[in-house]
Design a protein around this ligand. Structure first.
Ligand SMILES: C[S@@+](CC[C@H](N)C(=O)[O-])C[C@H]1O[C@@H](n2cnc3c(N)ncnc32)[C@H](O)[C@@H]1O
Length: 230
């Protein structure tokens, strides 16, 4: 039985050869060009923070370098992305801890461990919400927050889905074969309902307008939600 191909093998690989810097800014939007920054996460001093689908770890590295958290745990299921993160930012350990794991598997059994969880077009986009969101809620301490950026509509312009249903999108194996993977592109109302069903409260959403050239002209949905305090 062949192992599952790593469909994130190519992502960010070229950039990693020429840009090893800790980013000086934290961006939520698709083009990584503007909009709000790390302040959306609340004060991070002394906090335990987890990133779900951290990729090469650039956002997590920024938080460690500029916002004094106790720890940022950068979780990613892709062997290639985990290796990139360790290669680029291993020197920020132990406050930056890269973990090679699926987000759901990581969160289960860590009840109340996190003050803040976030995702930048990460695991929240690519994981069955009915599995990920309850696990994220339980892994937050009461009053803890989840923040994520996701697509406001499909790349290419088709509207987001009004139901919790995945879209098949193209992906490439390490050898270059084109296959497909599932991405959840949910309309605001569907996302809010999924969050509330998972136990979250105080859900707030906002659309960050598309920025950049035509390839990057994709709107971003920025979502905040809290595990109830009581
Ligand atoms: C589009 S990339 C974004 C990476 C990073 N957040 C960034 O902004 O560059 C999506 C990442 O989510 C990761 N991912 C997808 N599903 C995941 C899951 N269930 N658990 C952990 N990581 C996951 C992929 O491996 C990939 O690195």
């Amino acid at each position: 039985m062949p192992a599952t191909p790593d469909l994130w093998h190519h992502y960010g690989r070229a950039r990693a050869t020429r840009d090893r810097a800790v980013p000086p800014a934290f961006r939520w939007d698709w083009a990584q060009a503007g909009g709000p920054g790390a302040e959306v996460l609340g004060g991070l001093g002394g906090r335990v923070v987890g990133e779900l689908g951290a990729g090469a770890g650039r956002h997590a590295a920024h938080l460690v370098a500029y916002h004094a958290p106790a720890e940022v745990v950068a979780v990613d299921a892709s062997p290639a992305q985990y290796a990139l993160a360790v290669g680029l930012y291993g020197h920020l350990a132990p406050r930056l801890r890269s973990v090679h794991a699926g987000a759901v598997e990581h969160l289960l059994g860590r009840a109340g461990a996190y003050d803040v969880l976030y995702s930048v077009f990460g695991a929240v986009d690519f994981t069955e919400p009915r599995a990920l969101l309850p696990a994220a809620c339980a892994a937050l301490r009461p009053g803890g927050r989840l923040v994520f950026s996701t697509l406001a509509h499909h790349v290419g312009g088709a509207p987001a889905r009004p139901e919790v249903t995945a879209t098949e999108i193209p992906a490439r194996t390490p050898e270059g074969t084109v296959v497909s993977m599932r991405r959840w592109v949910l309309a605001e109302v569907a996302g809010v309902t999924a969050l509330e069903r998972a136990g979250f409260a105080g859900v707030r959403t906002g659309v960050l307008p598309a920025a950049g050239d035509r390839e990057h002209a994709v709107g971003t949905l920025l979502v905040r939600a809290f595990r109830p305090a009581g």
